[in-house]
Design a binder for this molecule. Sequence first.
Ligand SMILES: Cc1cc2nc3c(=O)[nH]c(=O)nc-3n(C[C@H](O)[C@H](O)[C@H](O)COP(=O)(O)O)c2cc1C
Length: 171
Amino acid sequence: MHAVVVYESMYGNTHVVADAIGAGLSEAYQVDVVGVDRADAGLLEDADLLVVGGPTHVHGMSRASTRKAAVEQAREPGSELTLDPDAEGPGLREWFDALPSLRARAAAFDTRVNLPPVVTGRAAKGIGRRLRRHGLRVVAQPESFLVTKQGALEPDEVTRARQWGRELAGA
Ligand SMILES: Cc1cc2nc3c(=O)[nH]c(=O)nc-3n(C[C@H](O)[C@H](O)[C@H](O)COP(=O)(O)O)c2cc1C
């Protein structure tokens, strides 16, 4: 069985979480973990499970304007933020716009600040809606992995992501 984990990531948190989810899934699946710009139709056509995640930006999925702001923040003098290799590529909204209908199981995740969702918003909800619209059967609740207000993954979130991947593999 084949699982594909597709991630969008500006600063690397969602990329790290995607890798951990992929590691958890690999107990039951052959897994590809790919940035959104490399997740083309050829890779997805034989996928049995598609897991899609991105950062929460302005309460939801990123937009071109929020990704541009993220790049600018990283380039400010004195910034300690580093851009993920694919950070300046397309985002998940654009990827979904070009995605054909697919028949597979699916799940959505995001990264967001460790505060109540009513304060932060959750990109995973929008991702989950788009997965359904593309004909995919969503088999898990949207999941969030949390970062500090300073933008670092909270301790144990990588372990939790690996465990979530394992649970998805068994779902
Ligand atoms: C432009 C911008 C807007 C953001 N808006 C939110 C937000 O509304 N809610 C939230 O919880 N986090 C917000 N964040 C924080 C990111 O969701 C968080 O740092 C995430 O882990 C970044 O993932 P990445 O490292 O994969 O890019 C925002 C970050 C940026 C750069």
